[in-house]
Write a protein that binds this ligand. Structure first.
Ligand code: AMP
Length: 290
């Protein structure tokens, strides 16, 4: 149900717990949509999806310091809670949870949550410590919000796989749901970081989607060699002078292990820097793709 009134803004873990207990007490199903704010249509699509699975939706807005490396963009990451609140009001969210850092990381805390194996490749390789920060904050958000379901975007495919694993391994009892990638009209995956792109880089960044699209066509045309497929995708991206490829890889959709031969379900995933801004994208190859 859409609910066009102001969302309730909650800043403390204790207050969120009280909200959640009260909602559960009257039989409501709660969904959590974790975000770092600077919201766009991709985030809002997850909120709409959340309402298909729950009666109450909590959106967290928290730029999580522990998932940024020392040389990464934590300080300049875009923040505008008033704008986020307005977008969330329009989409009808019940609660916006926007805690200060000390609520999530109390003084003297000493606990990390770490998922092994799934975090060793792809973004985990180029961003050491990133997923440890993600799983730690999401575990804390899960305990604070106590939702029945949590919704994450397939745009961050590895993150979704890692959180599914964590939720199962730690028996959170939370159903983790993935929402499809929302794109700009020219195919660029929406991202809060797209605002950092210069006009030139923004134009060249459409190569990511183009490379994935062409790779799908190659698979449909019979290409089965993973190295050849990734090489073609690289060649397409390298046509853009500003593109610096971090990785282009074909991996098993569940284990995220690299594949030598195309089989399904698999994910073709890539990360590319444009003038220092790192963008990621991916496409899921399912049986009907072959
Ligand atoms: P972020 O605020 O970037 O941490 O993202 C919060 C959630 O939104 C994550 O689950 C992301 O995967 C998801 N998300 C970000 N961009 C998109 C997009 N273009 N389409 C769908 N989901 C997205």
């Amino acid at each position: 149900m859409l609910n066009p009134i102001d969302p309730q803004l909650i800043k403390s873990v204790a207050e969120l717990g009280r909200y959640s207990d009260a909602a559960r007490g009257i039989g409501r199903r709660i969904a959590l949509v974790p975000t770092m704010g600077a919201l766009h249509e991709g985030h809002l699509s997850l909120v709409r999806l959340a309402y298909h699975h729950a009666d109450r939706v909590i959106v967290s807005v928290f730029v999580n310091p522990t998932q940024f490396g020392p040389a990464e963009d934590f300080a300049r990451y875009p923040r505008d809670l008033a704008r986020d609140m307005e977008l969330l009001r329009k989409v009808g969210v019940d609660v916006v949870f926007a805690p200060p850092v000390e609520e999530i990381y109390p003084n003297g805390d000493a606990t990390w949550v770490e998922v092994e194996r799934l975090t060793s490749g792809l973004c985990g390789r180029s961003r050491p410590g990133h997923f440890r920060g993600v799983t730690t904050v999401v575990a804390r958000l899960f305990n604070a919000a106590r939702p029945h379901v949590a919704v994450f975007g397939e745009k961050d495919y590895q993150q979704l796989a890692v959180i599914r694993r964590m939720a199962r391994d730690l028996a959170f009892g939370i159903e983790v749901i993935g929402g499809p990638i929302v794109r700009e009209p020219d195919g660029l995956a929406m991202s809060s970081r797209n605002v950092f792109l210069s006009a030139r880089a923004r134009q060249q960044a459409t190569a990511l989607h183009a490379a994935l699209h062409e790779a799908r066509a190659l698979v449909r045309g019979g290409v089965r060699d993973a190295a050849a497929l990734c090489e073609e995708a690289r060649r397409r991206i390298e046509k853009e002078p500003l593109a610096e490829i971090d990785y282009v890889e074909l991996v098993d959709a569940e284990t995220l292990e690299p594949l030598r031969q195309v089989r399904t379900p698999a994910v073709l995933a890539l990360a590319v820097r444009f003038e220092g801004t790192r963008l990621i994208d991916n496409t899921l190859l399912e049986a009907e793709t072959l």
